[in-house]
Write a protein that binds this ligand. Structure first.
Ligand code: ARG
Length: 277
């Protein structure tokens, strides 16, 4: 059913940790094993391929975090807003991602100068409604939300992050098929939690614990009723199964050293899902 979903990934040919722009990277400089990173990425790619069609962007030297394609931009229909990275280390990725979007038939929107925004790391569509949750607090500015609304023609709801370990919303927030939501509430301020409560009914909110969030369980790829993640506690697996979801785990320990996991390593190209035929 969901084979139609296309997902963009970038091989970790040049993946490395040689700077620290989030708390997970600190102390992990030069600790990546290139060989196991490649193996783990390939295993993830194989797993994703069971549920979706994987497309690849060519990796580039000098931008080790380009493997995290979630940060390429935000896609809606045939339009894409390209990221404007907060840190200079990642800014050279913008041109590569913009070129890929243009070469693949997307109309590319560029944010007003000076507005920071990190793509699908900080923007996620609800899987039942048509609205886009957009994050701010660490990497993306609230000002980006007006542009997303205008250029993509979608409703945008803001979420404010308050815990630096969870610096993108996709590290602690995962909308699931049917309007469910798996998330770590403490990563958000009070107003954001109220906004979540107003949109997602209690029976559809699946909360994860701090320990589960800390192994990036929310940083998951959801296609249909299948969910791919790095690690899943028995408790969370059972909670998701109660709503008909099946969890598939695959180790991504090398990428956790850079502060990323399954979802960060992927970008859905057919968004929002409801636009698919
Ligand atoms: N090292 C990368 C960074 O700090 C990790 C990005 C993770 N991506 C994500 N979508 N959460 O930017």
């Amino acid at each position: 059913m969901s084979k139609h979903t296309r997902i963009l990934m970038c091989p970790p040919t040049y993946f490395h940790v040689n700077y620290a722009i989030n708390p997970w990277m600190k102390g992990n400089e030069d600790q990546v094993c290139q060989e196991s990173a490649m193996e783990q990425w390939q295993a993830l790619r194989d797993l994703v391929s069971r549920f979706a069609t994987v497309e690849e962007i060519e990796p580039q030297q000098g931008v080790p975090d380009m493997v995290f394609t979630a940060n390429a931009g935000t896609v809606a229909g045939k339009r894409a807003v390209v990221s404007a990275f907060a840190h200079k280390e990642r800014q050279p990725e913008e041109a590569y991602f913009a070129r890929w979007f243009r070469n693949n038939g997307f109309e590319v929107g560029e944010l007003p100068a000076g507005v920071r925004y990190e793509g699908a790391g900080d923007s996620l569509f609800d899987r039942a409604g048509q609205w886009l949750w957009a994050g701010s607090g660490f990497r993306s500015d609230e000002a980006a939300q007006d542009f997303l609304r205008d250029f993509l023609g979608v409703e945008v709801l803001g979420l404010k992050l308050v815990d630096e370990r969870f610096y993108h919303i996709d590290t602690c927030f995962c909308p699931l098929t049917g309007g469910y939501l798996m998330y770590f509430p403490d990563a958000y301020d009070v107003a954001s939690n109220e906004r979540i409560h107003a949109r997602v009914p209690a029976e559809k909110r699946i909360k994860v614990t701090e320990e589960e969030a800390a192994v990036f369980s929310c940083n998951a790829i959801n296609v249909g009723k299948d969910i791919i993640m790095h690690e899943c506690s028995e408790r969370l697996r059972a909670a998701l199964a109660e709503h008909g979801f099946e969890v598939h785990t695959t180790s991504l320990s090398e990428f956790l050293k850079a502060g990323g996991s399954a979802k960060c390593l992927s970008l859905k190209l057919d968004e929002p899902e409801q636009l698919e035929e």
